[in-house]
Design a protein around this ligand. Structure first.
Ligand code: 4GX
Length: 240
């Protein structure tokens, strides 16, 4: 998997990418992240990348020239790789979108700053717009890192345990069951006895019910999309 990242602040990325699982994925050649400073494609003597909006209104907008030049030089024109703009106006990133993105061999990510990018970048260069949620950040760099992170952990060989990615809450369509580790008693708070019983069938059922209960209490709309067993339905009925 290869990410081509276009940003005015490439220095933001290495501290996060060079730790833990993403670091390992890169060492194993499962992940490659190439960073490009859009300013390197500015053409005037001041390396200008932004300008005032036509029509006024204040704030600054990223000029189309440096973005088009950078992306076209790096990924070619035409290119069949998705070109994603990170923006609050994009479709919301979900685990389903992450899975879809993980089917690509290469993805270009454009990180905007200021009030955004000239509309012609969206119209004639970008193939997809993604938002990580309904809040306003100062730039697209954190959303780009979120996509790189979420996509990479789905790739075969990246997580130690090959079932770990499918097993996790959002993949199963439920919120996760509670986790406990040593010590069995901490400040007089004991872990649920069943987890020490060694009865793996009972433990699996307990975890399933905890996940169902949490989802019912916190995200009831998630239950509607699920194929629930008779047992699951009986348990959920017992909650209300
Ligand atoms: N999920 N932002 C991008 C500047 C901008 C605006 C429009 C391109 C077009 C965000 C989010 C987010 C703030 C990143 C505005 N760039 N991006 N930035 N939430 O809030 O993705």
């Amino acid at each position: 998997m290869q990410f081509e990242v276009f940003t005015l602040f490439p220095e933001i990325f290495p501290p996060y990418l060079n730790e833990s699982i993403l670091k390992r994925a890169q060492s194993a050649n499962l992940l490659q992240v190439n960073l490009y400073n859009i300013r390197d494609w500015a053409t005037d003597k001041h390396n200008t990348v932004d300008a005032e909006p036509y029509g006024g209104g204040g704030g600054m907008v990223m000029k189309p020239g440096p973005i088009f030049s950078a992306v076209e030089e790096v990924i070619g024109n035409p290119s069949n790789c998705p070109i994603i703009l990170l923006t609050p106006q994009g479709r919301q990133l979900t685990q389903e979108v992450v899975k879809e993105l993980s089917q690509n061999q290469k993805i270009a990510l454009i990180c905007g700053r200021y009030e955004g990018v000239d509309e012609r970048v969206r119209q004639h260069l970008v193939t997809d717009e993604i938002s990580i949620g309904d809040f306003v950040l100062t730039g697209g760099e954190l959303p780009a890192l979120a996509i790189i992170d979420a996509v990479t952990r789905l790739m075969p060989g990246v997580l130690g345990d090959p079932t770990a990615a499918e097993d996790d809450s959002h993949a199963m369509g439920l919120l996760e069951y509670p986790h406990f580790t040593r010590p069995p008693e901490f400040r007089e708070w004991s872990i649920p006895e069943i987890l020490r019983s060694g009865n793996h069938g009972k433990i699996a059922r307990w975890r399933r019910e905890q996940a169902l209960k949490r989802t019912f209490e916190r995200r009831p709309e998630m239950l509607e999309k699920l194929n629930l067993s008779k047992e699951d339905k009986k348990f959920l009925d017992s909650l209300s």
